[in-house]
Design a protein around this ligand. Structure first.
Ligand SMILES: NC(=O)c1ccc[n+]([C@@H]2O[C@H](COP(=O)([O-])OP(=O)(O)OC[C@H]3O[C@@H](n4cnc5c(N)ncnc54)[C@H](O)[C@@H]3O)[C@@H](O)[C@H]2O)c1
Length: 405
């Protein structure tokens, strides 16, 4: 392989597409992952994740010699940290992966190198890593360029958005910001916005917290409307006729590995100040619990009315419409809660975007709707729009999919 100019640490949903994109711009990349299986797959020119166009990009990069993977980093000029940043118990961010990735490149760093964190990180992480690097390699103090640049891509459209999205780039000093901007300008067509590292870190957390707060507002409205006997879908549609109002849609909670996670990175460090952000998390979590209770009550009412247990169709498990991703999914949570309370009822679990699930036995959606007494919409998948449901069935719609028909 050609001498690598860039080392990426972490070859997952973000690190691999990023590595492939850089390599496809004829910049030699050495990708590192602690998972040997991932490394072997990539070196064979194949991929271990589902993402449109990524297979071609990786195959080309590996074939042309611009991308190689390994489990240990090698020397380069630029190091990108793209490892997971999950949260621990008590919703505290866990930056140990960032620290471990940084430790692995410590002996390789040399004067003039550029170090960039892309992982979603709590405020101050880049400065912490700067202190860590310079405490271990004091002879390099102020001789490295260190920056933070968050990722904003939408899974399913990553290869396009990596190139075309605007990016926010924040260095620990101005020369670091400029060096990082010069690096990204080699392969990003979107605008590159300069700032400092703390602002760039907070910017990513703000984007996802903003979505969470806005969804919480819609979810809160849905709780109020349910009690007040108002159709929340109609209400929001009417309110949005105001030229300066744009309310999002409620659902059965908030899921995924970003919006349901990142706000905690703010709340955990600024508990006194982040009132709305932390309340939004509570509302969105509570909404899932409330949905499960609603279904349980509907089952009881049915039993009292007809003297037998109802059959129940649970429509959708993914964390948002038209995807197969079940991580942190509120729909999955509701399904689990409802089924924990199962007595003799028959359940039909539907998720049109996956073939099988280790826990749930999946059913075709048309069959489920035909057989169930109670039909519960948990995700507004496109397959559910316009489906005909007999008038004798109980319909519980947490998604607005019935309103859109
Ligand atoms: N996936 C997204 O849509 C998305 C969007 C925006 C931001 N992010 C952020 O990007 C970061 C990466 O997310 P992801 O979805 O790519 O994660 P991922 O879990 O898909 O991939 C991370 C990879 O890093 C590897 N890894 C862990 N520790 C390592 C180490 N010390 N050295 C080398 N490899 C190591 C893992 O084996 C894994 O393959 C996270 O901070 C995430 O919050 C993700």
């Amino acid at each position: 392989m050609i001498q690598p100019k860039v080392v990426t640490i972490g070859l997952g949903y973000i690190g691999l597409p990023t590595s492939a994109l850089i390599a496809n711009n004829n910049i030699p990349v050495y990708g590192v992952d602690i998972n040997q299986k991932v490394v072997d797959i990539i070196n064979a020119g194949e991929i271990h994740i589902v993402e449109p166009s990524l297979d071609e990009a990786v195959a080309k990069a590996v074939l042309e010699g611009y991308l190689k993977a390994g489990i240990k980093p090698v020397m380069a000029d630029t190091y990108l940290i793209v490892v997971p940043t999950p949260f621990k118990a008590k919703n505290e961010p866990d930056i140990s992966f960032v620290q471990a990735a940084t430790k692995s490149i410590l002996p390789l760093l040399k004067e003039g190198d550029l170090y960039i964190i892309e992982s979603t990180s709590p405020i101050g992480t880049t400065e912490k890593m700067l202190q860590y690097i310079y405490s271990e390699r004091p002879e390099l103090k102020d001789k490295l360029y260190i920056a933070y640049c968050p990722e904003r891509v939408l899974p399913g459209n990553v290869m396009f958005e990596l190139v075309h999205n605007d990016r926010v780039i924040g260095g620990v000093n101005e020369s670091s910001t400029l060096k990082a901007v010069a690096f990204y300008s080699q392969f990003v067509k979107g605008e590159l916005h300069k700032t400092n590292a703390r602002t760039a870190e907070m910017c990513k957390l703000t984007e996802n917290s903003s979505r969470d707060v806005q969804i919480a507002f819609a979810n809160e409205l849905s709780l109020i409307c349910d009690k007040a006997g108002i159709d929340v879908w109609e209400l929001i549609q009417l309110a949005n006729k105001h030229p300066r109002v744009n309310i999002l849609q409620p659902g059965c909670g908030v899921g995924g590995h970003c919006i349901a996670v990142d706000p905690y990175f703010i709340v955990s460090d600024y508990p006194l100040e982040s009132k709305i952000i932390s309340t939004a998390r509570e509302i969105n979590n509570y909404k899932s619990f409330w949905c499960a209770e609603k279904v349980k009550n509907a089952k009881l009412e049915f039993k009292l009315k007809y003297g037998r247990s109802p059959s129940v169709a649970l429509m959708g498990l993914a964390f948002k419409p038209n995807i197969d991703d079940l991580r942190e999914s509120p729909a999955k949570y509701v399904a689990q809660k409802v089924m924990q309370d199962a007595h003799n009822e028959e359940y039909f679990i539907v998720e049109p975007n996956i073939e099988e699930h280790p826990v749930f036995k999946l059913t075709n959606f048309e069959y489920a709707i035909e057989k169930a007494d109670i039909v519960v919409f948990l995700v507004a998948h496109k397959e559910f729009k316009g489906v005909k449901i007999n008038a004798d069935k109980v319909i519980i719609d947490f998604t607005g999919v019935k309103f859109q028909q």
